[in-house]
Design a protein around this ligand. Structure first.
Ligand SMILES: Cc1cc2nc3c(=O)[nH]c(=O)nc-3n(C[C@H](O)[C@H](O)[C@H](O)COP(=O)(O)O)c2cc1C
Length: 425
């Protein structure tokens, strides 16, 4: 029988605490009860939206978002929506109260202004544990396109996009790639920095949990560009779900021939390892991270030499942050002009922000570079919970204190640097 509807249940750590797995079983039972099990597919997805409305349930093809949903709501939703075909309006997630992924989802129906979802394009809307879902959503297309270019053309494209590293320092990604490419060596490595130990930051976790193949695809593309054949994804040890999903993604990519020898019949061969972080904040610093992978105490090395020439096991190594990598496949698919149409001239693209603190809505958003802190607080965080805005801190302990006087400064690397503060992570 053909599947006519698809249900996604958010299954990020917060939704799990709120019973998403029980929801899954209840949906299974109710679908069986109405003899719909063959017609309706049921999937645990990742973080679908703002945490205060989770667990969320999305029903396709209508793309209706219900939330927060309890086990007691399930029989009614199955009976009304899946059995009778009537949308249960009173259980819909309060879309106008939500931003983030929910706003983006609704924007596809033309009901709300769109957020520019680039990094989080697939997060929450595909099954992160199913490579077919990724492939059906343009997955591994960029790898095919990249392999048709020369490594230099590819690096020129990344340079032209203006992509700046999202790990905190904002270093130009294409330039870093060219340093590794131009260092002669019999062996090179690519590392994805997924340590994310900044207190209060969880932007990378959501990408790893929700779209692990995007990171693998980006690492493959970068490996081809710089001439590497082996990679490591160094994931914060506490991110158990991210580690599991990444390991699943690697197994699937190997089965499908996206990882291994002579990928797509090309000269690219690549294998990748997941390395669980050692639980120290400093291991997010790239040279301490390298020491940690090498089995030593995670302490930074003196630089220079930089990892681009003397990295893992002394070999040239490309290290980029998760969010930096997540930008790569869309840049290749859509081109550098498209990328530059987002954000500001000096900081193109979008930025994923974690919003925490004394505001009405705490969540994860993806917005164009150059939005102001005042806009983040009033539009996305729905204002201060109490009192007036005094200060924000960007990016955990290595970020800056942003006083109220800088609320209208565009949030991009250049504007923040000019005022002496840092965008951080
Ligand atoms: C103390 C310290 C902690 C850091 N922690 C992280 C981290 O958790 N994740 C990350 O991507 N970069 C972190 N960085 C930055 C990395 O050293 C490195 O610049 C980054 O991974 C490069 O990636 P990018 O060019 O894509 O930004 C940290 C830097 C310092 C000094």
């Amino acid at each position: 029988m053909t599947v006519r509807s698809m249900i996604l249940i958010s299954n990020d750590p917060e939704s799990r605490i709120r019973g998403s797995e029980k929801l899954f079983s209840e949906f299974q039972q109710q679908l069986a009860h109405y003899d719909l099990a063959d017609e309706v597919s049921l999937t645990l997805a990742t973080d679908l939206g703002s945490s205060y409305a989770s667990p969320l349930v999305i029903v396709y093809p209508e793309a209706v978002i219900y939330g927060p949903i309890t086990v007691a709501d399930v029989p009614y939703i199955v009976k009304e929506h899946l059995y009778k075909g009537r949308i249960v309006d009173e259980k819909r997630a309060p879309v106008h109260e939500l931003s983030g992924k929910v706003a983006w989802l609704s924007a596809r129906e033309g009901t709300l202004p769109a957020e520019n979802r680039v990094v989080l394009k697939n997060v929450g809307v595909i099954d992160a544990e199913d490579i077919e879902d990724y492939i059906a959503n343009e997955g591994y297309q960029a790898l095919g396109m990249a392999l048709e270019m020369s490594p230099d053309e590819l690096i020129d494209l990344i340079k032209a996009s203006g992509l700046l590293g999202r790990g905190g320092a904002g270093f130009p990604a294409g330039l870093k790639w060219s340093f590794v490419k131009n260092t002669d060596s019999d062996k090179k490595y690519v590392i994805c920095n997924a340590d994310e130990s900044e207190p209060g930051t969880f932007k990378d976790r959501v990408v790893l949990e929700g779209d692990p193949h995007a990171i693998l695809e980006a690492m493959l593309i970068s490996a081809y560009a710089v001439g590497a054949d082996e990679g490591y994804i160094y994931i914060r040890g506490e991110y158990q779900l991210a580690i599991e999903r990444m390991e699943t993604a690697i197994q699937q990519a190997e089965q499908y021939g996206f990882l291994g020898e002579n990928i797509f019949g090309s000269e690219l061969s690549f294998k990748v390892h997941v390395h669980a972080g050692a639980g120290a904040y400093i291991c997010g610093e790239e040279t301490a991270l390298i020491e940690s992978i090498e089995g030593k105490r995670g302490e930074p090395r003196n630089r220079p030499p930089y990892p681009t020439t003397f990295g893992l096991w002394g070999k040239p190594t490309l290290i980029n942050n998760v969010e930096t990598f997540a930008n790569i496949p869309p840049i290749i698919r859509n081109g550098s002009d498209w990328y530059r149409s987002l954000g500001t001239a000096s900081s193109p693209g979008t930025k994923v922000y974690t919003i925490l603190g004394n505001v009405n809505v705490t969540e994860l958003i993806e917005v164009p570079m150059g939005i102001t802190l005042r806009e983040v607080i009033t539009i996305y965080a729905k204002g201060m919970k109490s009192g007036s805005f005094k200060m924000a801190q960007t990016g955990g302990s290595s970020g800056s204190i942003i006083p109220a006087s800088l609320q209208d400064t565009p949030m991009d690397f250049d504007s923040y640097n000019k005022t002496g503060v840092s965008l951080g992570s």
